[in-house]
Design a protein around this ligand. Structure first.
Ligand SMILES: C[S@@+](CC[C@H](N)C(=O)[O-])C[C@H]1O[C@@H](n2cnc3c(N)ncnc32)[C@H](O)[C@@H]1O
Length: 395
């Protein structure tokens, strides 16, 4: 990392920490206060029709307070660990996007670390476990699995529980700081109470569902996987760390310093299995992910995918700088301001490209598997995704 990258990294980390610090203030302002004002604006006549509304808003307030205690505990543990200044008022200010991520993190925590979302997780876990147990009946600690976009690490922990040597890769500080706290914080089973659904005021069959408490984590993680040395978490962008040094353009997720080029060279052909779970649609160029998966897999290795095609940048008007570079000198050419949107390939497109332009053969595929994502399972809007599952083998 050069000096400029390091500075940006510290800023990002501070903004993330700051968004946790400001969660309560933001959540009250955004979700609670407008409703109190609305309630107070009602005529006495209408107030008497829903006399419970005021005390319901007190419950909303308390739930936000409980969530904020979680973030404060996380910060207490993280400041030293992440090398942050001990005075939160000196941290860089979070953006609106940082704050919204802090809200949605609570759903992500429920998705990965509560029994409430067990059914949702099992959709993929059962398919995955069946395949891996058949292919690798023994000596699993010698089998190297990589999970890019690993979120809060749940799937990685499941792989370690099966005995595999597992590397989780994640780029977001929101995810990294939360997973660090949840996985290494020595938490007892169900020690922490959270109200992840409190910020959503629509689609409830009753109020109790909005105020549903979930307890995390649903296992004692250190007891389950601590100390066996099979789990590691690597921070950074997937193509950046695991991609080839040729044929990808420099971009925001793919840099070209001498150090990173060495890391990429060392990762070549290093993994037996790459598992992408709700990940491939996070790309701004899916072909970069295909190049990267091909590069990091050993010959005969497997790429196992589960998830939708909800391309994250489809509606994004931002651009990024892309450029060709010399793999040896790092020299740049053909520097372009490039839209993040585009190259949103379908299920069939990806399989066609993977099996004709990349060295993959198709072993299994399934389409239209309905799945929710960190939502309250009693949410009546039935917001969900149609997911694809496939297994490709590198030839
Ligand atoms: C939709 S979430 C899925 C998280 C987890 N796999 C799950 O199923 O719950 C996508 C994840 O990919 C991460 N991500 C996005 N782009 C990435 C990149 N270039 N490198 C590594 N992780 C990335 C995001 O930060 C996010 O945690």
């Amino acid at each position: 990392m050069d000096g400029q990258d390091e500075e940006n990294d510290v800023l990002l980390l501070e903004r993330t920490a700051s968004s946790f610090f400001r969660y309560k203030e933001f959540a009250l302002e955004e979700f609670w206060r407008p409703r109190i004002l609305r309630w107070e604006s009602l005529s006495e006549h209408q107030k008497q029709m829903i006399p419970w509304y005021n005390s319901y808003l007190e419950d909303v307030h308390d739930a936000i307070e409980t969530n904020s205690i979680f973030y404060m505990n996380l910060l207490e543990r993280s400041v030293k660990l992440w090398g942050l200044n001990s005075d939160p008022n000196l941290w860089a200010q979070p953006s609106g996007t940082d704050m919204r991520k802090t809200i949605s993190m609570l759903n992500q925590i429920a998705r990965e670390w509560s029994t409430h979302c067990e059914e949702e997780r099992d959709q993929f876990l059962l398919l995955l476990t069946e395949f891996l147990e058949e292919k690798f009946p023994s000596d699993r600690n010698t089998i190297k699995i990589l999970i890019p976009g690993a979120g809060l690490g749940r799937l990685a922990v499941e792989m370690v529980r099966l005995g595999f040597n597992t590397e989780a890769n994640e780029v977001s500080y929101h995810m990294l700081m939360n997973s660090q706290f949840i996985m290494d914080g020595g938490l007892q089973k169900e020690q922490i109470a959270l109200f992840p659904f409190v910020h959503s005021f629509s689609h409830h069959i009753n109020r109790a569902e909005q105020l549903r408490q979930v307890n995390i984590p649903d296992m004692n993680i250190v007891e389950e996987v601590g100390g066996n040395g099979l789990l590691s978490m690597v921070a950074g962008s997937f193509p950046d760390l695991y991609g080839p040094n040729v044929n990808i353009k420099q971009s925001e997720s793919y840099s070209n310093s001498a150090y990173i080029r060495e890391v990429r060279a060392a990762n070549r052909g290093s993994k037996h299995v790459v598992i992408t779970n709700f990940f491939i649609d996070t790309c701004s160029n899916i072909l970069d992910y295909l190049e990267t998966i091909t590069h990091v897999l050993k010959v005969d290795g497997y790429w196992i995918n589960f998830g939708p095609f909800m391309y994250h940048f489809e509606q994004d008007h931002q651009t990024e700088m892309t450029a060709d570079f010399d793999a040896y000198t790092g020299e740049l050419s053909n520097i372009l301001d490039t839209p993040l949107r585009g190259i949103e390939l379908s299920h069939e497109d990806i399989l066609e490209v993977a099996t004709t332009h990349f060295p993959f053969k198709l072993l299994k595929q399934q389409t239209n598997i309905s799945s929710s994502y960190g939502t309250n399972k009693l949410d009546i809007s039935m917001l969900g995704y149609q997911c694809s599952f496939w297994v490709l083998q590198k030839t």
